[in-house]
Design a protein around this ligand. Structure first.
Ligand code: 1HE
Length: 266
């Protein structure tokens, strides 16, 4: 097991509670949590370690009023990067966000304020997104003379569809509120604090056996990349392992004994 609380962090903050819920905070509020190269390296380190840390779910939140303002535009301007340099920057973003999406550890993002550009790419690597009334989503890359480089062409297009993503980028269209839920940018919209709801969801997910969560938070994403034939094969193999795990025996026994909760709306 990796001692994740010993990992040195400057732009992120980490705490882990007694239930194994890790809270990761984006901690550059003065810069609206813009993602500089150092922050991306911290995301890579942390999210690479979670699957071997015993953490059961992750709450991803941000300091300040905005979740994330995307690429650190000032760093990018000052560095005056070559094409090859920025390609390598993007590859580190992909490393970080792939570690998140394919980690097998549920990540619940508590959103607020700006979730824009690379901030939306970060949010879309989480497994569940919770928005509050202040939350808004945009891809202002086109207006900045840029293009997405952190996986939006894959994950945001997957969430909202190609046509909506192209419109967002061409016109700077901003989505918020119920419309953002309706088009798939987030799964929850709350009146109060997105953090409170996200923590509740993290606690719920953490009650599942870790191997089930591992499959849910890695296998589904992998299978989306496969042909239907290969996905069906992989699903059978994963289900063979997960559905016969020791941790499921007691739960199945409870159902057989009629002591387990039924699946019914409250
Ligand atoms: C930043 C950044 C940033 C703020 N890079 N420093 N993303 C964008 O195009 C969004 C750019 N940011 C904004 O539109 C606004 O800052 C916000 C709407 C997010 C927030 O507004 P506000 O009024 O609360 O803050 P502010 O006064 O604009 O900024 C406060 C500070 O944060 C200021 O620094 P300071 O040193 O002057 O105090 C800003 O410079 C700094 N800041 N956003 C760097 N993004 C892999 S490719 C991905 C491509 C993209 O992500 S493109 C989208 C970029």
């Amino acid at each position: 097991m990796i001692d994740i609380e010993a990992i040195p962090l400057a732009n992120l903050r980490l705490s882990v509670d007694s239930e194994g819920i890790a809270t990761v905070s984006l901690a550059r509020a003065a810069k609206r949590n813009a993602l500089d190269a150092a922050t991306i390296e911290e995301l890579v380190t942390l999210f690479s370690a979670f699957p071997r840390s015993g953490v059961r779910a992750v709450l991803l939140r941000a300091d300040g009023d905005h979740f994330c303002a995307g690429l650190d535009l000032v760093e990018h301007f000052n560095e005056d990067r070559s094409a090859a340099d920025f390609m390598h920057v993007c590859l580190r973003w992909h490393e970080a966000f792939n570690k998140m999406e394919y980690s097998g550890v549920p990540i619940i993002a508590a959103l607020k304020g700006a979730v824009v550009g690379g901030g939306l790419e970060l949010a879309s690597a989480a497994h569940i997104r919770v928005a509050d009334p202040s939350t808004y989503f945009a891809l202002p890359e086109g207006q900045r003379g840029l293009f997405t480089g952190g996986g939006a062409t894959i994950r945001v297009a997957d969430l909202v569809g190609k046509a909506r993503m192209i419109d967002m980028m061409l016109t700077g269209r901003i989505y918020k509120g119920q419309e953002a839920v309706d088009i798939g940018l987030c799964q929850y919209l709350v009146d109060g604090s997105s953090e409170d709801r996200a923590l509740e969801l993290a606690r719920l997910a953490a009650q599942n056996p870790p191997l089930s969560n591992f499959a849910i938070c890695s296998a589904i994403s992998h299978m989306q990349n496969m042909s239907s034939l290969d996905a069906a094969y992989a699903e059978a193999v994963v289900a063979g392992v997960v559905n016969t795990q020791a941790a499921s025996r007691g739960r199945l026994e409870a159902f057989a004994n009629k002591t387990a909760a039924k699946v019914k709306p409250t």
